[in-house]
Design a protein around this ligand. Structure first.
Ligand code: 13P
Length: 250
């Protein structure tokens, strides 16, 4: 399946000085990782994160980008600006952006297009609300999110797409999806990718699980055949816990 990738999503946490300290604590603990390791930091922490990760095996992600290259969009950051700084990855479509800041499948698709055009790798987040799971429409919801976001994405560009399946009800709640629930949806997404592209392309995509993944439950989640990594919130701010999750991804 896809290459194992463990990414931290720090959300709106850590000042630049704190970010430097956290990366310096994480780096020695993950230096022998057999998976890819990424930290997704607030925009203002990007310079210090790029500096602190230089010469390490840790990649740096931003947590969003705008779809235009520049212009009258107060408060926004473009994909080109991230690329110019040396940022390699961007998290897009996180449920917190969709829920609190009005991101939609369509704007996530536009952001994805801009990020790919700028040469970035996208961590595309999808996932259902609890009500949707209870209604039995999880597959339809994630299919819609995946299909709209990847609408204009070529088979070649798919190598710069990582998908993070994050059931909204599991984010920050301590309520993790079961191993089987996580695998079921990740496998479903892979099937959808196969229908959009082909089997070989679908197999090569890293599909992460996210939602209360921690040092205690990571190993069994990551052992599932269609779970190729994790997008980690709270536990990514704790160096030892994050390193335990990274070590479990093999
Ligand atoms: P938690 O790991 O804190 O549940 O957050 C998951 C998440 O939203 C990662 O993007």
């Amino acid at each position: 399946m896809g290459k194992y990738i463990i990414a931290g999503n720090w959300k709106m946490n850590k000042t630049p000085a704190e970010a430097k300290e956290l990366i310096e604590a994480i780096a020695p603990l993950v230096k022998d990782a057999t998976c890819d390791v990424i930290v997704g930091v607030p925009f203002v922490d990007l310079p210090v994160a790029l500096e602190a990760t230089r010469g390490t095996n840790i990649g740096v992600a931003a947590q969003n980008c705008h779809w235009e290259k520049s212009g009258a969009f107060t408060g926004e950051i473009s994909a080109d600006m991230l690329q110019a700084m040396g940022v390699g990855y961007v998290i897009l479509g996180h449920s917190e952006r969709r829920t609190y800041f009005g991101d939609t499948d369509v704007t996530v698709a536009k952001r994805t297009r801009a990020a790919l055009d700028a040469g970035l790798t996208v961590i595309l987040c999808v996932g259902e609300y609890l009500e949707q799971r209870e209604q039995g429409i999880t597959s339809e919801v994630v299919d819609m999110q995946v299909k709209v976001a990847l609408g204009g994405v070529s088979r070649e560009e798919l190598s710069r797409i990582i998908i993070a399946y994050e059931p909204v009800w599991a984010i920050g709640t301590g309520r993790t999806a079961t191993d089987l629930q996580a695998n079921e949806v990740c496998a479903h997404i892979r099937g959808t990718l196969a229908s959009l592209y082909d089997d070989e392309a679908a197999k090569a995509v890293t599909i992460q699980y996210g939602g209360s993944m921690n040092a205690g439950n990571a190993e069994s989640l990551l052992a599932q055949p269609d779970v190729d990594g994790g997008l980690i919130g709270g536990a990514s701010l704790k160096p030892a816990d994050f390193a335990t999750i990274v070590a479990a991804a093999k």
